[in-house]
Structures are given as C-alpha cells and as structure tokens.
Design a protein around this ligand. Structure first.
Ligand code: PLP
Length: 394
C-alpha cells in the first residue's frame, strides 16, 4: 500500500490470527465451525491467581511499574528458573515484558543488525521469522521432516551456520510440531554451538510445563552456554493467562539492560496488575498444573488415535505443547469433492469450507507439507472435528 512503510508492507499477516478471523466470520453467519486454529488453552485462569489480580487492584498497584518489572517479581522469576530449570539468574538478568512476544521483539531489536542471519529450525512459531525480518535480519530456515520428529540434527545446524550467523532461535516443546528436544539432543547441538562462540541462542520455553515426555531441558544448563543464552518464558500457556500479557527473559546482564532500554521507549513496562498476579502464579508449585496437563495429554492421545484412522495422513507423536502437525502432502494433486488440492493452504481452506473445521496451514510455520491442529478444546469437539475431517478427506 502506497502510503505505508516498506517495513509494514514486507510483513506477513499472522496466519493463525487470519484463520481465526475467517472462522469467526463464518460463525457469525450461523455456520457451526469448530476452531482448531488458535494457540491458547481453553481453561480459565486458576482462581488463586485471579484473586491475586483483584488484590493488586485493591492494593492500588496503579502507578507505572519499573520498566524491567517489579523487583519482587524478578526475584520470584529467578527462583522459578532455579526450581524448574536449574538455571542461575540474578534479578539484574531478568526483564518482564508484555508477553513472550514482546520479549522476543526486544531481543531482536537489541541483538540483530541488518544482514545478520538467524538460524531457525523449521517448523517454527509463525512470528520468529517475521520478527527477525522486521529488524532487517535474515531468517535461515532449517527444514525438518516428520521422519526426524521435526527436530534438527547437529550436522544440519553446522551446515546452516555462516560467518553472518548471529543467533539461533528455537522452541522446545515446539509450536507447531509439539516436539521436545531431550537433554542428549540439546547436548549434541550444544557441541556445535561451542565451536562458534559468537552465536547467541534464544531458547523459547513457554510450553515447558505442557510436556508429556517427563523431562524438560533448558539449553542454558549445558556447559557455559548460559553466557550466551536468552531463556524466554511466560505465563500465557502454563497458567491459561494469555490475556494478562506477561512474558520474561533471563539473559546475560548486558542483554537484559539493552532490552530494558528498548522497552523503556516502547511500553514503559508491563501491566502492573498482571505483574502482581504473575508473582502468585510463579510461586505456586507446578503440580497445580497437573490436571490441565493431564487433560492435554488425554486429548493428544485422542487426536493422534483419530488422525491415524484417516488414510493419507502421516502423524508423529508430539510430546508437548497442544498441537499436532500431521503431514498431509499425500493429498496434493488430488481432487476432493470437486476441489483440486495443491498445497496445505488449499487443504486448510477446503477443510474450513467442507468440514467446517479451522486449522492452520503449515506454510505459516515454514513447513508446506503439514497442517497444524490445536487440541486446546474439549474431547467432544475434537471427536466431532476429526469425524468431519475424515469424512471430507474420503
Ligand atoms: N512463543 C511461542 C512458541 C508461542 O507459541 C507463543 C504464543 O503462541 C509465544 C511465544 C507468545 O506468547 P505470549 O502470549 O507470552 O506473547
């Protein structure tokens, strides 16, 4: 568009949000759409956290908070990093932001110069490549397939690194594949990174608690990688608090300081009420999340079982987050009920039109062979959605 900046014109609209908007539009026309497109828990925020937010209002937490977050919140985050991840951070290394998304944005702004390359294993969360592009960086996508459980190998990482590589960004558990890197796998990647001491690592661990593999490893615990790792986390997914908009980083102090400087010119800091509620959330023993995690696991099992019954769909077993990422490439070039399917985009649209189920095309996540289905909805809805998909794919 003529009057807008090159920056915004070169940006892709978030495909997940676009799909959600389309599904909402059809719903408003009275069509019974089942949405498996959005990335948020369908649970309510636990009551004890809601009470903390109400208390914060009554206690008049209404003034500008410190740009990098309340000190007692940062202290709580340090304790959480030690308790859950065995990571040693001090409060000066913590920055609290308006969602993990702003935390990622801050890191990009303070670390990446135009032309710098950022290695991003694909599939990746939609915003990684776009955020890197906004600051002039070059996302270097490293493709993986369902055969390797959508995880990169050390050789792939080595091959992707050039003299221009500044960072590597990844999430484990991964959105959209649900893949979880084991400690051994991370150690093997760390061996490569040790040979390249100028590369910084962004480890997005926002799904750490929604992990059915039994263990979560933070790459910052390996060797002395903590000296160049930015650990990202937040409360959106684990505590069903997407709307509170709180995320945070633990990072080398010079990076934390730079992010605070950046944030001071953008938001002046994260919402005060939400910060107080976050203290209560993070102080709680993670076992309070047990029921929610078990519900996600049951749904995962259900969805994997139902998808396996659909001819033509290839699926691995995701070990975390709340997504499945089936390979649907066997349908490309086929005609389903008069509609020619040439891509995951086509299939996602077809499923919305014919099955009235909203999914997201894998294109958005850097893998054009797959679809992402979120199972953050009830087992009844999932069963009905998968029945409709099976019927539409006959
Ligand atoms: N990182 C990943 C991998 C995500 O999937 C999301 C949300 O979908 C975020 C970060 C952003 O989370 P927040 O709500 O804290 O901004």
């Amino acid at each position: 568009i003529q009057f807008l900046s090159d920056r915004i014109n070169s940006l892709t609209t978030s495909q997940t949000l676009a799909m959600a908007a389309k599904a909402r539009e059809l719903k408003e026309q009275g069509i019974d759409i089942i949405s498996l497109s959005l990335g948020e828990p369908d649970f309510n925020t636990p009551d004890f956290i809601k009470q903390a937010a109400i208390q914060a209002i009554n206690d008049n937490y209404s003034k500008y908070p410190p740009v990098d977050g309340y000190l007692d919140l940062k202290q709580t985050i340090c304790k959480k990093f030690k308790r859950d991840n065995n990571l040693d951070y001090s409060p000066a290394q913590i920055v609290v932001s308006t969602g993990a998304k702003q935390a990622l944005f801050n890191v990009a702004q303070v670390m990446i110069n135009p032309g710098d390359e950022v290695v991003i294993p694909a599939p990746f969360w939609v915003s990684y490549a776009e955020i890197v592009k906004i600051v002039g960086g070059i996302p270097i996508e490293v493709p993986t397939t369902i055969e390797t459980d959508f995880k990169i190998t050390p050789a792939q990482l080595e091959n992707a690194i050039t003299a221009k590589t500044k960072m590597m960004w990844f999430s484990s558990p991964c959105n959209p594949s649900g893949s979880v890197y084991s400690q051994n796998e991370l150690e093997a990647l760390a061996d490569v990174l040790k040979k390249h001491p100028n590369i910084f690592i962004l480890s997005d661990e926002i799904y750490e608690h929604i992990n059915f593999s039994g263990s979560h490893c933070s790459i910052g615990t390996i060797g002395n990688l903590i000296e160049r790792t930015i650990t990202i986390n937040g409360i959106s997914k684990a505590f069903a608090m997407t709307g509170y908009r709180i995320g945070y980083i633990g990072a080398p102090e010079f990076i934390a300081k730079a992010c605070t400087k950046m944030q001071g010119q953008v938001t002046s800091g994260a919402n005060s009420i939400a910060q107080r509620a976050t203290i209560t959330a993070l102080e709680a023993d993670p076992s309070v999340l047990k029921e929610m995690v078990q519900a996600f696991k049951n749904r995962r099992d259900l969805v994997v079982k139902l998808l396996r019954e659909i001819p033509g769909i290839k699926i691995n077993i995701p070990e975390g987050a709340f997504y499945v990422f089936p390979d649907v490439s066997s349908f490309f070039g086929k005609t389903l009920n008069g509609t020619l399917i040439n891509s995951a985009d086509d299939l996602s649209m077809y499923l919305l039109d014919k099955a009235h189920v909203a999914t997201v095309t894998g294109e958005a996540f850097g893998n054009p062979n797959c679809l992402r289905l979120s199972y953050a909805t009830s087992e009844d809805q999932l069963t009905e959605a998968l029945k409709r998909i099976k019927e539409a794919l006959k």
